[in-house]
Design a protein around this ligand. Structure first.
Ligand SMILES: Nc1ncnc2c1ncn2[C@@H]1O[C@H](COP(=O)(O)OP(=O)(O)OP(=O)(O)O)[C@@H](O)[C@H]1O
Ligand SMILES: [Mg+2]
Length: 476
């Protein structure tokens, strides 16, 4: 029993010891458990946030990328991290932006190429000496290069009238109107290729244009437009004609002139030999006949010479000369030839010296004054010779006008007045004005003829002044 009591006592003593430790132990457990709980909660929170981030990050990235695509940046690519629906979405997005990027690159490239081709075409067209005019099927202007403006004497570029009907523009532009009138039948035959020669008269003289029409496929509604290529063939036609006339002149001079001298000599010899063998009456007839033969042969020689001069004149010799002085010199020769014809002069004091061939310009004046005298005929009248220093576009030129109060130029001759062999006179050669035109052309000038409202005719000649003429001559 005592052992038992002893055991109880020991147990009690041990209990007491433990009793003493119970409180701190309890607290320590509570602390430990709270700590564990806190850590677990924090860990759970971190894990939740981590998972949420992992899930939402690609969506944020996608949203950011969408914004930059909306701002026009098609280069951004998103990393494909997941292999689930989100990964598929990101992959599709990448695919889409890449395709848009490529399409945009291709569009920009073709736009660049188109722009390049356009400016290439524009440069080529701008430097072409041929005019190129394009019209739509309704004859509205589409494009026109610089040469067209020069050929049709446009004071402002024809391209400024894009989408306007050609006829509307032509109404206020004389040369264009003539061009339009002559080509209208061809314009209306759209869909076919055509060629036509057009003759225009303007301030700058006569112009022969070769026009070719080419159908163009329509851009919008398949309606056909047309391109018209215009070439100035005035010089070429003239050169061809001159070459042909030279050849004819050479042959004619050869064929006609050679027998003329023997005819003349024979007539003279016949008159001389038969002089004392005939009755006075027959002698008179003989004399008159031989005189006629000699005179006519002389006239024929003159004609042949004039023709030869027209076709093959020696090279001109240019020097500084005073046009007014030359006019006075030539006009003085005509003063008093016919009392009823007055020769008036209005010579400009501003006129600078010209760089020209005096003897050829003298020939020009002789031809013009004698034509004017012929036009006045047996009536009384006056001839006015006027000089001026005028501005033509960017340059200056000397202008000479010979005006008369004669019958005026026959309407049907007006167009071909400067062609050889155009004459209304029974004894005229028709070479006078052809020679004038040739000389003026050689001087880089232009000549035109018109009838005056008050009656009579006026021939106008324009010659570039010295400096410009130097350039023309250099380029010949
Ligand atoms: N001042 C003028 N007034 C009226 N008609 C003119 C005038 N000048 C020229 N003509 C017309 O132009 C035509 C051609 O003139 P051009 O000088 O070339 O030859 P032509 O005078 O007939 O011959 P040629 O000069 O050999 O005498 C003339 O026949 C005439 O009909
Ligand atoms: Mg004449």
């Amino acid at each position: 029993l005592s052992t038992l009591a002893q055991n109880v006592q020991d147990a009690y003593a041990e209990y007491k010891t433990h009793e003493f430790l119970r409180q701190p132990l309890k607290q320590s457990f509570r602390l430990t458990l709270s700590l564990v709980l806190l850590l677990s909660t924090l860990f759970a929170l971190w894990a939740a946030l981590f998972m949420a981030r992992r899930l939402l990050e690609p969506i944020y990235e996608l949203a950011r990328a969408t914004r930059s695509v909306a701002d026009g940046d098609y280069k951004s690519r998103l990393p494909v991290v997941h292999h689930d629906e989100l990964g598929f979405l990101v992959g599709s997005f990448n695919d889409m932006t890449q395709r848009i990027h490529q399409a945009r690159d291709a569009a920009a490239l073709s736009q660049d190429q188109l722009e390049g081709q356009r400016s290439y075409l524009q440069t080529v067209l701008g430097h072409l000496s041929s005019g190129v005019l394009t019209l739509d099927d309704q004859l509205h202007i589409r494009t026109a290069n610089d040469a067209v403006n020069a050929l049709l004497d446009m004071d402002q570029p024809l391209e400024n009238f894009a989408n306007t009907h050609l006829a509307d523009v032509a109404r206020s532009h004389t040369t264009l109107q003539a061009f339009y009138d002559q080509l209208l039948p061809e314009f209306l035959e759209a869909g076919k290729e055509w060629s036509k020669e057009v003759r225009l008269f303007s301030d700058f003289g006569r112009r022969i244009l070769m026009c070719h029409g080419i159908p163009l496929p329509g851009s919008v509604d398949d309606a056909m437009g047309q391109a018209i290529v215009i070439d100035d063939i005035t010089k070429m036609v003239k050169a061809q004609r001159d070459a042909a006339w030279s050849e004819v002149a050479r042959r004619l001079a050869h064929e006609i002139k050679n027998p003329l001298t023997p005819i003349q000599l024979s007539a003279e010899r016949m008159a001389h030999k038969l002089k004392n063998q005939l009755h006075p009456a027959e002698q008179k007839v003989l004399e008159r006949s031989t005189q006629t033969i000699i005179k006519q042969v002389d006239a024929m020689k003159d004609m042949v010479n004039a023709f030869r001069d027209y076709a093959s004149a020696p090279p001109a010799s240019y020097a500084s000369m005073d046009l007014n002085q030359l006019i006075n010199e030539v006009a003085d020769l005509y003063v008093g030839i016919r009392a009823e014809v007055k020769i008036e002069r209005q010579l400009s004091t501003d006129l600078p010296n010209l760089f020209a061939d005096v003897s050829r310009l003298r020939q020009v004046l002789h031809n013009l004054i004698s034509n004017a005298i012929d036009a006045i005929g047996d009536h009384s009248g006056q001839i006015q010779i006027v000089t001026d220093y005028v501005e033509t576009g960017a340059t200056h030129c000397a202008e000479l006008r010979v005006r008369d109060s004669g019958v005026g130029i026959a309407e049907d001759l007006l167009e071909q007045l400067f062609e050889p062999y155009v004459t209304s006179k029974p004894k005229g050669t028709g070479l006078g004005l052809a020679i004038v035109a040739k000389i003026i052309e050689e001087h880089g000038g232009m000549v035109s003829a018109a009838n005056l409202a008050e009656g009579g005719a006026e021939i106008t000649i324009r010659l570039p002044d010295k400096s410009i003429m130097d350039d023309t001559l250099k380029s010949v």
